[in-house]
Design a protein around this ligand. Structure first.
Ligand SMILES: [Zn+2]
Length: 203
C-alpha cells in the first residue's frame, strides 16, 4: 500500500549515494534498479555525494534503517540524508534493507500495517520484542501495531510477501505462524508500484 500524495512527479529523480564502500554502492544501486524496472514514469539519476532529491547515507553517526516517505524528502534540510542504512558486511541483508527503504522513498508504507492485515498480533509479545531505549511503546504502536487507516491511501490487497512487510517471528502472532523475511519484490509490490507510477504517454 502507498501514500499517493507523497509520490514523485513523473520525470527525473536524482539519487545521491554517500556510502562507505564500493560494495555497498553496488548493492544499493542494484536494489534501486529492481524498483526502477517497474516505475516507467520515473528515471533515476544516480550520483555520488550528498546532493540530490533522495540522499542515501551510511554515516555511522546516525542510527537505524529509515527513509522519508516519497516527497517528504523535500522537507528535509538539503545537507541532511533522506535515507539511512546501517553499515553491515552481510550483503544479502544490506540489499534487502535497501529494497525496503527505497520502497518508502518512493511512497510505499508498511504492509504489516495494512488495514486488512490478518496478523492477529499478540500485542504484549510485540511490545516485549520491539521496545528498546531508542524505540518506545508509542513508536511500536505507530510503526508496527496500528493499522494505517488514513483516508486517501492507495490500498492494494494485503500481501504478506511484500518487501514492505516486516519479518514476523511466530511468537508475535496468536496463530503462531511466522512470516519470513522477504528479500525480493513480490507480485503485489510490482503491482502496487506500477499503480503509483503508471507509464506516462509522451505528448
Ligand atoms: Zn520500513
Amino acid at each position: 500500500m502507498a501514500d499517493s500524495d507523497k509520490r514523485w512527479p513523473a520525470g527525473v529523480v536524482t539519487v545521491a549515494l554517500d556510502l562507505s564502500s564500493e560494495k555497498s554502492k553496488a548493492l544499493v544501486v542494484d536494489a534501486i534498479r529492481e524498483w526502477a524496472h517497474h516505475t516507467p514514469a520515473l528515471r533515476f539519476n544516480i550520483v555520488e555525494g550528498k546532493t540530490g532529491d533522495i540522499r542515501i547515507s551510511d554515516d555511522e553517526g546516525l542510527k537505524g534503517n529509515w527513509s522519508a516517505i516519497g516527497i517528504e524528502a523535500k522537507r528535509i534540510d538539503e545537507d541532511q540524508p533522506t535515507m539511512h542504512l546501517n553499515r553491515t558486511d552481510d550483503s544479502k541483508k544490506l540489499r534487502s534493507t535497501a529494497l525496503h527503504e527505497f520502497g518508502h522513498a518512493l511512497g510505499l508504507l508498511h504492509e504489516h500495517q495494512h488495514p486488512q492485515n490478518s496478523l492477529d498480533w499478540d500485542s504484549p509479545q510485540v511490545y516485549d520484542y520491539y521496545t528498546s531505549d531508542s524505540f518506545n511503546e508509542a513508536m511500536v504502536r505507530e510503526h508496527i501495531l496500528e493499522p494505517d487507516n488514513r483516508p486517501g491511501l492507495q490500498i492494494t490487497p494485503y500481501d504478506p510477501q511484500s518487501v514492505m512487510h516486516y519479518e514476523i517471528p511466530a511468537a508475535l502472532r496468536r496463530n503462531g505462524q511466522a512470516i519470513p523475511k522477504n528479500t525480493t519484490l513480490s507480485a503485489g509490490d510490482k503491482q502496487t508500484i506500477r499503480m503509483l507510477y503508471p507509464t506516462v504517454n509522451p505528448t
